[in-house]
Design a protein around this ligand. Structure first.
Ligand SMILES: Nc1nc2c(ncn2[C@@H]2O[C@H](COP(=O)(O)OP(=O)(O)OP(=O)(O)O)[C@@H](O)[C@H]2O)c(=O)[nH]1
Length: 323
């Protein structure tokens, strides 16, 4: 009778393939990297101490691969299962098991660590699994990803109001226009909004109150726009709203909600009104042309006395093409 490999090995050494018996198992028995060996029927026949601690918690062998995962899941050990259902998880991964002579898999453990497993098919259909701890690498990757998304967010966001900045809202508008088919397709409208007599707010109450009014306007406006709409700061007290799927009439209804926001205003802040110019994109129209029409409509709203919305007349395609 041969000695067992370590505390978790339930089978005699002679039962394992010679390569494992003579080289792999003795070298890896006390190794910090988890090592496991499955036979041709996918029964776990050998696990070193590190693998036992992660998946078995002292459970005796043999155990099928699926039962290793079921057992570890029940015991709060092993891999984290995103879908939360061990049987669904097994149904997803089992068809790919043993699908190549050498495979690498990454898994996050319920204790927060990350492992990369290398699975190697051996003669006689045995499968050797060796894991290495890649937690530090994963944390670094996560930090880099978070730093990147923070940098991206900052590059796209207006620092005062938290809405899209001018560059980002214009990029979004370009993309929305480019995504439209050459003719037909869903509508797209834009609204240029300017807060009325804003200079007076600054002059009378001071710049910090002016800033607070801008912030409050953006907060409120975002609550009153649809989730598909995008609000961006176009200039000082001027804002651009993208209204996908909205024709001019629908856009007017949505912008009317912003006019009514005065009713919910923060009593600590001075009241404001706004003027808006709406333009519905015509087929083939460039962003420059669309903005020009919205700006013209805004100008008309301003000269008409402010506190109102003007819709730019629609442009027939043949005229757009000559603009
Ligand atoms: N507090 C504050 N004021 C700003 C900011 N950006 C622009 N402004 C002010 O917004 C005011 C815009 O003034 P005008 O262009 O004369 O327009 P208005 O007073 O709003 O008048 P109309 O647009 O004609 O209704 C200026 O006084 C700017 O200083 C900002 O970030 N914070």
């Amino acid at each position: 009778m041969h000695p067992t490999l370590d505390a978790t090995t339930a089978l005699p050494l002679s039962d394992l393939p010679p390569l494992v018996q003579q080289v792999i198992a003795p070298a890896l028995a006390g190794c910090a990297m988890p090592v496991a060996l499955y036979d041709a029927q996918d029964m776990l026949r050998y696990a070193n101490t590190a693998f036992d601690a992660i998946y078995l918690g002292g459970h005796p062998l043999p155990l099928s691969f699926a039962d290793v995962l079921r057992h570890s899941w029940r015991q709060g050990l092993g891999s984290f299962i995103d879908c939360g259902d061990i049987e669904d998880f097994l149904a997803d991964i089992l068809p790919r098991r043993r699908s190549a002579p050498l495979r690498q898999l990454t898994t996050d453990l319920r204790d927060g660590r990350w492992l990369q497993f290398t699975e190697m098919l051996l003669p006689g259909d045995w499968l050797l699994t060796i894991g290495s701890d890649i937690t530090a690498l994963k944390r670094q990757e996560l930090d880099i990803r978070q730093a990147h998304s923070c940098a991206l967010h900052e590059a796209r966001t207006d620092a005062l109001t938290g809405v899209a900045n001018r560059r980002h809202i214009l990029e979004a508008a370009e993309q929305a226009l480019a995504a439209r088919p050459a003719c037909g397709g869903p509508c797209l409208s834009i609204a240029l909004i300017d807060l009325d007599h804003f200079k007076r707010i600054n002059d009378r109450y001071g710049h910090p109150i002016g800033d607070a009014v801008l912030q409050h306007f953006c907060q409120q406006a975002q609550q009153h726009l649809r989730s598909v709409d995008t609000l961006g700061r176009y200039g000082g007290e001027e804002f651009l709203v993208l209204l996908p799927g909205a024709d001019a009439a629908a856009a007017q209804t949505i912008i009317a909600r912003l006019h009514r926001m005065r009713a919910n205003r923060d009593a600590a802040l001075p009241a404001i009104t706004l003027s808006a110019g709406i333009a519905q994109a015509s087929s083939g129209e460039t962003l420059g042309q669309l903005l020009q029409r919205a700006d013209q409509a805004l100008y008309t709203a301003k000269t008409a006395g402010r506190g109102t919305t003007v819709v730019a007349p629609s442009v027939p395609t043949e005229i757009v093409n000559t603009l």
